[in-house]
Design a protein around this ligand. Structure first.
Ligand code: HEM
Length: 490
């Protein structure tokens, strides 16, 4: 019996007697020789059949875990439209409609209120949250920092930074692997972007960032209403202290760098120095506010995403011996004296595993927008204010787009068959004008870190299977406990 069928049966039983059981958690299983990790069981009834109790429960559960907001209909049919609580919600899942909405007609979209409510208090006018002319100018100014030439230049920096951090983090018997990956990607980013000067490598800072991101990423129930953004959200009160402290640290570092530059002293050749040297459209350098916003944004957008992808990748490998052996064999054969930029080409299966992990657990799962003018998307005429919800979770697991949609099948991403996957059905880095500016950096970093870890260590799950929960990123709900076995000297 397929997972979808099994889950459907469980649901039907529930539906006969009660409302949707948001607490139901299926067991992991093997299906047609493939590992299927436990995953969210979506609500089956059509939104049009819901009464206000269904809506209240849906809002409460979606606030606790936004993955519960993805309905069975979104996973099985194309372009779900729902009306409720005075708003229209449109979830494009036909790849052509996804392209139409986020590329061709992206000019009709703005970031949604809920996205702004979650991200803006901390990121202010950083690239992830800015819009209109401000965003256009900043994107143009920052784009050169992420060209292939620049990112390739970071490759050996990533590799040199990662080695000692991996040794420090994984030289132990058991570990919360998710936390270790957050630590690792933060340290690598901090080294490459700020030459490790941001916090002098203090993990206290890291813990704060982690706490801040996990609290920031949870929508407040009031975010689902039409109440204006300036009305304080109860669950967000008290979180801003962390943001203020981080901003102060970032400003102090930027100011001390600027002083050193003005004094003619040598400064590290890193991303911060580049940000401090770029000029906007008006030929002026970024203001201190802009620098703070962009640096906080790069920290927030740049380390958690990659760490989640690695966390789920190593979890999936820990369950699939054949895939793990193949990946280890490939990584063992790698000549690590070669420049890191050449590694990806030598590791096609490893890269396929990374892509498949991001299909099953897209680190940034939702592209949340609303219409700023009436627009036709797919077959629907939508009024101003309609929510356009790009659900990478639904797209990546859509029953009509993927074979064995919930199973771990890395081979589908191998180079000889990769082009069978439609351009607009797999979008871990988003699409359109707001496509991830750091994608190339993340791909490079992920392959380097995966190869270095897999050559030296083997991880075995010793605790519960991870239950995916969406905050800003998809993360395991509880610590992902792994046993570590040393394989080689690296
Ligand atoms: C596996 C790692 C990553 C994933 C899956 C990822 C995913 C995404 C996605 C889906 C978006 C689009 C959001 C939207 O349209 O609402 C995005 C935007 C963005 N990402 Fe990433 N990201 C990753 C790594 C990074 C890194 C390493 C950086 C920087 C160093 C970064 C910086 C940004 C920024 C600044 C934006 C906003 C772009 C704009 O609106 O112009 N990301 N990312």
């Amino acid at each position: 019996m397929s997972v979808a069928h099994k889950q459907a049966t469980a649901q039907e039983t529930n539906m006969a007697t009660a409302r949707h059981d948001y607490r139901f958690r299926p067991e992991p299983l093997w299906e047609n020789g493939r590992f299927v990790p436990p995953t969210i069981v979506p609500i089956e009834t059509a939104v049009s059949d819901w009464d206000w109790i269904d809506w209240l429960r849906y809002m409460r559960e979606s606030s606790r875990n936004p993955l519960h907001g993805v309905t069975h209909m979104a996973l099985t049919e194309f372009d779900e439209i729902a009306t409720g609580m005075g708003a229209i919600f449109f979830t494009p899942t036909r790849p052509e409609t996804v392209r139409e909405a986020f590329v061709e007609k992206s000019g009709s979209l703005r970031h949604s209120k809920i996205r702004n409510a979650i991200l803006k208090p901390a990121l202010r006018e950083g690239l992830l949250t800015a819009e209109g002319e401000r965003w256009r100018q900043d994107r143009r100014a920052l784009a050169p920092l992420f060209t292939p030439r620049h990112v390739n230049g970071y490759a050996d920096g990533i590799r040199n930074s990662a080695g000692p951090h991996i040794a420090r983090l994984l030289e132990t018997d058991t570990i919360d692997f998710g936390a270790a990956m957050v630590d690792l990607t933060y340290q690598v980013l901090s080294d490459v972007m700020f030459s490790g000067e941001l916090d002098g490598g203090r993990t206290a800072n890291l813990r704060e960032i982690d706490r801040f991101l996990s609290s920031m990423g949870r929508p407040d129930p009031l975010d689902f209403t039409r109440l204006p953004e300036w009305i304080p959200r109860p669950t967000r009160i008290g979180r801003m202290g962390i943001v203020k402290r981080m901003r102060r640290q970032v400003r102090e570092l930027a100011e001390s760098r600027l002083t050193r530059i003005a004094d003619g002293a040598a400064v590290p050749d890193d991303l911060l120095s580049l940000i401090l040297s770029i000029k906007g459209d008006d030929d002026r350098p970024f203001t201190m506010e802009q620098i703070e916003d962009q640096m906080i944004t790069f920290i927030a957008a740049g380390h958690e995403t990659t760490s989640r992808a690695l966390t789920f990748l190593f979890y999936l490998l820990s369950q699939d011996d054949a895939a793990r052996t193949r990946l280890e064999t490939e990584c063992d054969a790698l000549d690590i004296t070669r420049p890191a930029i050449e590694w990806a080409a030598a590791l096609p299966f490893t890269y396929a595993c990374f892509e498949e992990a991001m299909r099953l657990y897209p680190p940034a799962p939702f592209l949340s927008r609303e219409l700023k003018q009436p627009e036709t998307l797919g077959e629907h005429d939508l009024p101003t204010g309609s929510v356009v919800f790009g659900s990478l979770w639904a797209l990546h697991r859509h029953r009509a787009l993927w074979d064995q949609p919930d199973a771990f099948v890395p081979e589908r991403f191998l180079p000889d068959v990769r082009d069978r996957i439609g351009r607009f059905q797999y979008l871990p880095f988003g699409l359109g004008p707001h496509i991830c500016i750091g994608a190339r950096f993340a791909q490079l970093e992920a392959i380097v870190l995966t190869a270095l870890i897999a050559r030296q260590f083997r991880l075995t799950l010793i605790g519960d299977h991870p239950w995916p929960i969406a905050r800003v990123t998809i993360r395991p709900e509880k610590p992902l406990m792994m046993q570590i076995e040393r394989r080689s000297q690296g």
